[in-house]
Design a protein around this ligand. Structure first.
Ligand code: UDP
Length: 456
C-alpha cells in the first residue's frame, strides 16, 4: 500500500509558512509524502531565499508547488483585505484543479488536506472532494478559543456583526487565561476599518469551515496554555513544533538568512547579547526607528538587530548620522537572521520582540526572557502571556504621542537583565516546552494519535 500523501496549504505569510513547513517535516519523518502549496508569489520568494547552490525546490519527500493568489504581480500583498478577498475568489478553484491533477496522475493520491485554520475555504474544498480535512492553527490556543467564541461575543453585545467593538473591557474566557482587551481582539488591530471588517467576516467563515475538519491541531503545548486547552478541548496541541523538528535551511524563509551573525555571536560573552527582531510584517515609522537605534546605542550592551529591507516606511537610509560606525564594535545589523539558531546561541541574553507566536515559541523554547513590543493581530495577547501569565518578560510604555522613548527601552533592558528572576522563569518554561514534545509528553502523544488516525 502506498504511504499517505498530504497536501499542506498555509496562509501565505511568513509566520504561517514556517510552522506549516515544520509540521510537514514531522509528517515526512513518519513516512508520509507532502505536497506543500504556496502562492506563486511566495513560492518565488522562497526559491530566491534558498542558500546559494540549493537550486531545487523539493526536499526529502516534500514537493513544493504553487497556485496563484488572485492578485496581479504589482498589487499590494501587504493590504490584507485586498489579498484575502482575491484569495477567496481564486484559490479554491485553483486548489481543486491542483488536487484533481495530482489524483489523476500516476503518483500517490492526496489522502488528506492540512490547511491553515485561517483559510477555511481550503477545508471546504477537501470536504467537497471527500478528502480528509485537518485544520492547523499556528498561533496560541487562547486566540483560537476567542475566535471560536465570536458568536457568543456577538450575542453578549461585546462586538457587532462586523466585529466592531461595542464594549471596552477585558475578556478572560477562563481563569488563568490571558485577559484580552476588546481593543486588542485579533481582528480589531489588523489594519484600517475596511480591512478589519473584511478580515472579521473571513474569520467567521473560517470558523464555520472548521466544522468539516476532523482535527484542529495547534502549534502550542498544554503545559504552556493549560487553561486555554481545558476551555477549548476541541483544539489539540502538537507543539512547539520547532523544538521537535525544525531542520536547518528548510525551504520556507522569504528572505535569505544571513548566517554570518552566528560567527559574530560566537565572539560575544555568554548571556550578553540583546537580540532584536520584529518578524516579517512589522513596520516602524522613522521617528520610532531612530529612537530604537539610539536606545540600543545607549544600552552599552552588544546587540544583534534584524533590520528587514522593508522595516521602515522610508526609502532613504534610516539610521542616525554616523550610527553604524559608532556601534560597529558591539552592534550587528542583518537583513534576516537564522532566528532559531540565534535564539539557541548561548550568548543571547534577551529577545526584544514583536511577540509573533512563532517568535514567542522560539524564545521560550530556548529559555530566553523577552522585552515585548507587539505590533498587530494576536501579538498583544502573546505579550499578555509573556508578561502577565508566564512572567518571563516586560512591556514597554509609550509616551503621549505613541512613541516608545529610548530611555524607556534602556530602562527596561536594564530591569530585565538586572533581575535574574526573568531568566530563571524563562529557563523553567523551556523545560515545559521541551517536555511536551518529548517522548511521553502531551504534544508528542497527541501527534502520535494523529499519525495513527492518518494511517487508518
Ligand atoms: N524569522 C527569521 N529570521 C528573522 C526574523 C524572523 O527566521 O530575522 C522567523 C522567525 O524565526 C519566525 C518567523 O520568521 O519563525 C516569524 O514569525 P512570527 O510569528 O514570530 O511573526 P510574523 O512574521 O508572523 O509577524
Amino acid at each position: 500500500m502506498s504511504s499517505p500523501h498530504i497536501l499542506a496549504i498555509p496562509v501565505p505569510a511568513q509566520g504561517h509558512v514556517i510552522p506549516m513547513m515544520a509540521l510537514s517535516q514531522c509528517l515526512v519523518n513518519h513516512g508520509f509524502k507532502v505536497t506543500f502549496v504556496n502562492t506563486d508569489f511566495n513560492h518565488n520568494r522562497v526559491a530566491n531565499a534558498l542558500p546559494d547552490g540549493q537550486s531545487h525546490m523539493t526536499k526529502d519527500r516534500i514537493d513544493l508547488v504553487s497556485i496563484p493568489d488572485g492578485l496581479e504581480p504589482g498589487e499590494d500583498r501587504r493590504d490584507l483585505g485586498l489579498l484575502t478577498e482575491a484569495m477567496r475568489r481564486v484559490m479554491p478553484g485553483k486548489l481543486e484543479e491542483l488536487i484533481e491533477k495530482i489524483n489523476g496522475g500516476d503518483g500517490e493520491k492526496i489522502t488528506c488536506v492540512i490547511a491553515d485554520q485561517g483559510i477555511g475555504w481550503a477545508l471546504e474544498v477537501a470536504a467537497k472532494m471527500k478528502i480528509k480535512a485537518v485544520a492547523f492553527w499556528t498561533a496560541s490556543a487562547a486566540v483560537l478559543a476567542l475566535k471560536l467564541n465570536i458568536p457568543k461575543l456577538i450575542d453578549e453585545g461585546i462586538i457587532d456583526n462586523d466585529g466592531t467593538v461595542l464594549k471596552s473591557q477585558a475578556i478572560q474566557l477562563a481563569p488563568n487565561m490571558p485577559a484580552i482587551k476588546t481593543a486588542d481582539f485579533v481582528w480589531a488591530c489588523i489594519g484600517n476599518e475596511t480591512t478589519q471588517k473584511i478580515m472579521f467576516q473571513f474569520m467567521v467563515r473560517s470558523i464555520q469551515a472548521v466544522q468539516v475538519a476532523d482535527w484542529i491541531l495547534c502549534n502550542s503545548a498544554y503545559g504552556l496554555e493549560p487553561a486555554a486547552f481545558t476551555f477549548a478541548p476541541e483544539i489539540f496541541p502538537i507543539g512547539p513544533l520547532l523544538a521537535s523538528s525544525r531542520l536547518e535551511n528548510s525551504p520556507g524563509n522569504f528572505w535569505q538568512q544571513d548566517s554570518t551573525c552566528l560567527q559574530w555571536l560566537d565572539q560575544q560573552l555568554p548571556s550578553s547579547v540583546i537580540y532584536v527582531a520584529f518578524g516579517s510584517f512589522t513596520i516602524f515609522n522613522q521617528t520610532q526607528f531612530l529612537e530604537l537605534a539610539l536606545a540600543l546605542e545607549l544600552s552599552e550592551r552588544p546587540f544583534l538587530w534584524v533590520v528587514r529591507p522593508d522595516i521602515t516606511d522610508t526609502t532613504s537610509d534610516p539610521y542616525p548620522d554616523g550610527y553604524q560606525e559608532r556601534v560597529a564594535s558591539r552592534g550587528r545589523m542583518v537583513g534576516w537572521a537564522p532566528q532559531q539558531r540565534v535564539l539557541a546561541h548561548p550568548s543571547i541574553a534577551c529577545f526584544l520582540s514583536h511577540c509573533g507566536w512563532n517568535s514567542t515559541l522560539e524564545g521560550l523554547s530556548n529559555g530566553v526572557p523577552f522585552l515585548c513590543w507587539p505590533y498587530f493581530a494576536d501579538q498583544f495577547t502573546n505579550e499578555s502571556y509573556i508578561c502577565d501569565v508566564w512572567k518571563v518578560g516586560l512591556k514597554f510604555e509609550k509616551n503621549e504621542t505613541g512613541i516608545v522613548l529610548k530611555e524607556e527601552i534602556k530602562n527596561k533592558v536594564d530591569q530585565l537583565l538586572g533581575d535574574e528572576i526573568y531568566t530563571a522563569r524563562a529557563r523553567k518554561l523551556k523545560e515545559v516546552a521541551i517536555t511536551n514534545v518529548e517522548e511521553g509528553g502531551q504534544s508528542n502523544k497527541t501527534f502520535k494519535n494523529f499519525i495513527e488516525w492518518m494511517k487508518s
